[in-house]
Design a protein around this ligand. Sequence first.
Ligand code: B12
Length: 219
Amino acid sequence: MEELMSTEEIYDRLKDCIINGDKKTVVEVADTGLSQNLSPMELIDKMTDVMKEVGEKFECGEAYLPEMVKAAEAWKVAVAFLEPKLPEGQTAQKKAGRIVIGTVQGDMHDLGKNIVVAFLKTVGFETMDVGIDASPSKLIDAAQEFNADIIGASALLTTTMPYQGSIIEHLEARNLRDKFKVIVGGGPVNQEWADEIGADGYASDAAKAAKLCTRMIDG
Ligand code: B12
């Protein structure tokens, strides 16, 4: 991209790219920003603000899920491009906390979990995604290794939901219950279920999950 753009134009175009989920152009615009002496951090911050707006729109029903997924993907690609350009020792954002997340044992659904991961990253969480079909031990071992603050468990099937409860039972049996907050989510899951199994939190979508986790860390 050869043309000279004002800072405001660069920011406007970044915003359009995120909102439209334009993975290709977002990198070009970010690169133009760099060549015009905007710092990688400024550019990341700007795009993250847009992601937060998209999350809020989704929460109040003004944006739909595919739009949110596309926006999160564009954000991810742009941050992956900018992060290596940050000065040594600087990370994309102040780290909010650490979370290990996975889809529970017996369950292969991961679209929702992946969106939650993308959103947690936009609010500064370091995430470790253990993938699908994750046993309680797999999640807990990963949380210990990663020194996580939070364990997140996704379940989309009524037959696999009980494994969310098993995570808490395993933590208790291993005397680790106080070490991690446990949050749960997924299609059939609700607050009542979270209370029943003794989880620390529940969220019905990715934007709410990001807020929930931020609240847990901030106290
Ligand atoms: C896509 C899909 C599949 C895909 C999964 C692809 C993938 N990579 O994920 C495939 C085809 C593989 C599949 C397989 C099956 N599926 Co299916 N599947 C669906 C479908 C259509 C959409 C699920 C989805 O992705 N939703 C979109 C995402 C974004 O929403 P979400 O997962 O709820 O996530 C959001 C929130 O819940 C929350 N969230 C999610 N996780 C977490 C975690 C935490 C910690 C937090 C805080 C929040 C949170 O944030 C997310 C983003 O906002 C649903 C129907 C439906 N409309 O829900 C059926 C559905 C879930 N499947 C169902 C079934 C029965 C199956 C199969 C058993 C079918 C079969 N007989 O083979 C298999 C099971 C395989 C297995 N062992 O898991 C049933 C479940 C019924 C039940 N009550 O148990 C459903 C409801 C369809 C139906 N009406 O019958 N499925």
